[in-house]
Design a protein around this ligand. Structure first.
Ligand code: ACO
Length: 194
């Protein structure tokens, strides 16, 4: 996914972590450059948010610059700095955040928890099924010091469920009334930490 500007000028790393500031931690520049970067980063977030929504068949994006600005969510952007155009490209994104959830295990036992949630995940069509999703997901797991079984997922797509099954051997999703999904061992971990 290319833009009219060079994304490598703003995003210096292959995976960039953004929060409500919208600005990468290593950004350097004066006030004018700062606002210029914010405007471009907002365009990137809105564009990839729309692409993710379209890929998931959603009517509205889950990820927008405005929503990120007004949240404590974290957005990981996957950048390709090696495009032949020299302008760089955005290959994918993963958004996480903590939510208070009421979940039931498969025996009907009820838990109130505040797990890390996977809120949005997308790899551009031109790069899907090439390992980039795993690369981005692994980065997030390390950054958050978390195991795949410890996350809750908001409305996972069939592709994402297959992804989790293939890479992390997660099967038998426990689907919740609130559209979140967790896996069996999620509850074992919760009981251990109580
Ligand atoms: N059909 C079935 N399984 C798929 C597909 C597909 N079209 N695409 C990816 N997968 C699963 C498979 O297990 C696949 O392994 P395989 O090719 O051997 O069958 C595996 O993912 C590939 O792993 P990666 O290459 O590391 O993953 P990828 O880079 O494709 O990223 C992702 C996975 C993010 C799910 C990507 O396919 C995508 O963006 N899909 C469209 C949007 C989407 O469904 N996002 C998740 C929404 S749910 C949420 O965001 C909380």
């Amino acid at each position: 996914m290319e833009f009219r500007f060079n994304v490598s000028d703003i995003f210096k790393k292959q995976i960039v972590e953004l929060n409500h500031n919208l600005i990468p931690p290593d950004f350097q520049g004066d006030k004018r450059e700062f606002w210029n970067a914010i405007s471009r980063i907002s365009e990137v977030i809105n564009t990839i948010g729309e692409a993710s929504a379209a890929a998931q068949g959603l009517t509205k994006p889950i990820t927008t610059a405005d929503r990120l600005r007004n949240s404590d969510h974290k957005l990981y952007l996957l950048i390709d700095q090696t495009t032949t155009s020299g302008k760089g490209a955005v290959m994918g994104m993963l958004k996480t955040g903590h939510k208070v959830l009421y979940l039931f295990d498969k025996h009907g036992q009820h838990f109130q928890v505040s797990p890390l949630c996977i809120l949005d995940f997308y790899v551009h069509e031109s790069h899907q099924r090439s390992g980039w999703g795993k690369y981005l997901f692994e980065h997030m797991l390390q950054a958050e010091h978390i195991q795949p079984v410890e996350v809750a997922i908001d409305r996972p797509s069939e592709k994402f469920l297959r992804f989790l099954n293939k890479h992390y051997n997660l099967n038998s999703p426990v689907k919740q009334m609130n559209n979140y999904v967790v896996f069996d061992d999620f509850f074992t971990r919760q009981s251990e930490s109580m």
